[in-house]
Design a binder for this molecule. Structure first.
Ligand SMILES: NC(=O)c1ccc[n+]([C@@H]2O[C@H](COP(=O)([O-])OP(=O)(O)OC[C@H]3O[C@@H](n4cnc5c(N)ncnc54)[C@H](OP(=O)(O)O)[C@@H]3O)[C@@H](O)[C@H]2O)c1
Length: 163
């Protein structure tokens, strides 16, 4: 089982505010869709509740909560610890861990690949990305984000692979 992190962060490592993203960056939403499409996505209960249109389509949505009675939509998997993951994913699958903070923390020692969007702008927030030891990773891809009237902050897409 290969574990990847997928997230977007500001210069100060902010990832969220009041249960949603601090920015609007449609090109990053597209990137998120491309990167995660066809793969199981694993998320914390709060991130799951942050989706305005419910579970994300064409991906197995796996939600982590400490509450075994937490109600999820049809087709969504609820787990209460990371050991249960292996019951729902194939051994050779790339698992996309999409946050938030507590869930990234839970998988810190398991992560093999990082897909990060670095947004070169300051945002107020109440949720930050965990500290990543980039010394353990090689940068394998870096792409400057395209700015336009709908994507008004500078940003780059970076992919890292663990040594
Ligand atoms: N920028 C990005 O890339 C990005 C990505 C994801 C999220 N976000 C933002 O981040 C915020 C949400 O993140 P968050 O960190 O506050 O919440 P979260 O990680 O999405 O969810 C937290 C919940 O996950 C469950 N949980 C956490 N650790 C667990 C463990 N070890 N075992 C079992 N269950 C566990 C608990 O659910 P219960 O309380 O039900 O027990 C906990 O309350 C939102 O603002 C969201 O928009 C941003």
């Amino acid at each position: 089982m290969m574990i990847s992190f997928v997230w977007a962060e500001s210069v100060d490592h902010v990832i969220g505010i009041d249960g949603h993203l601090p920015w609007r960056l449609p090109n990053d939403m597209k990137r998120f869709k491309d990167v995660t499409m066809g793969h199981p996505i694993v998320m914390g209960r709060k991130t799951y509740e942050s989706f305005p249109n419910g579970p994300l389509s064409n991906r197995l949505n796996i939600v982590i909560s400490r509450n075994p009675d937490y109600q999820v939509a049809k087709g969504v998997i609820l787990i209460t610890n990371k050991k249960q993951l292996s019951d729902y994913v194939k051994p050779d699958e790339e698992i996309m861990v999409i946050g938030g903070e507590g869930i990234f923390k839970l998988f810190t020692n398991d992560v093999d690949r990082l897909y990060v969007t670095k947004i070169d702008h300051k945002f107020a927030g109440d949720t930050k990305m965990i500290k990543i030891d980039y010394n353990q990773f090689n940068l394998i891809e870096k792409k400057e984000g395209i700015m336009d009237d709908k994507n008004i902050y500078p940003y780059t897409f970076e992919t890292y692979q663990k040594h």
